[in-house]
Write a protein that binds this ligand. Structure first.
Ligand code: SF4
Ligand code: SF4
Length: 86
């Protein structure tokens, strides 16, 4: 599942630079995660890096968007192919 930042976000900007997929950006009022770029850090790290650094624990899994580990790995490979082609 991609992750989702909830309304408790304090816009501290700590998570954005640690995302290996450049999935996090400043939204209209709080930080947001581009679902199509979030792999739960699969392919890069054992645990989601944004969750590790967030000081207010406001990053949840998006249960409305279930994805298997296999799907996350495919997403990771597609992102890497896109990066290598750039
Ligand atoms: Fe980025 Fe990983 Fe957080 Fe997803 S879980 S937004 S890939 S840091
Ligand atoms: Fe928001 Fe947490 Fe990211 Fe800070 S680390 S910008 S509080 S989601």
């Amino acid at each position: 599942m991609a992750l989702l930042i909830n309304e408790l976000c304090v816009n501290c900007d700590v998570c954005e630079p640690v995302c290996p997929n450049k999935a996090i950006y400043q939204g209209e009022s709080i930080y947001e995660i581009a679902r199509e770029r979030c792999t739960e850090c699969v392919g890069h790290h054992e645990v989601p890096q944004c969750v590790e650094v967030c000081p207010v624990e406001c990053i949840d899994v998006d249960v409305a968007q279930p994805e298997t580990r296999g799907q996350l790995e495919l997403k990771y490979r597609a992102l890497m192919a896109e990066e290598n082609a750039a």
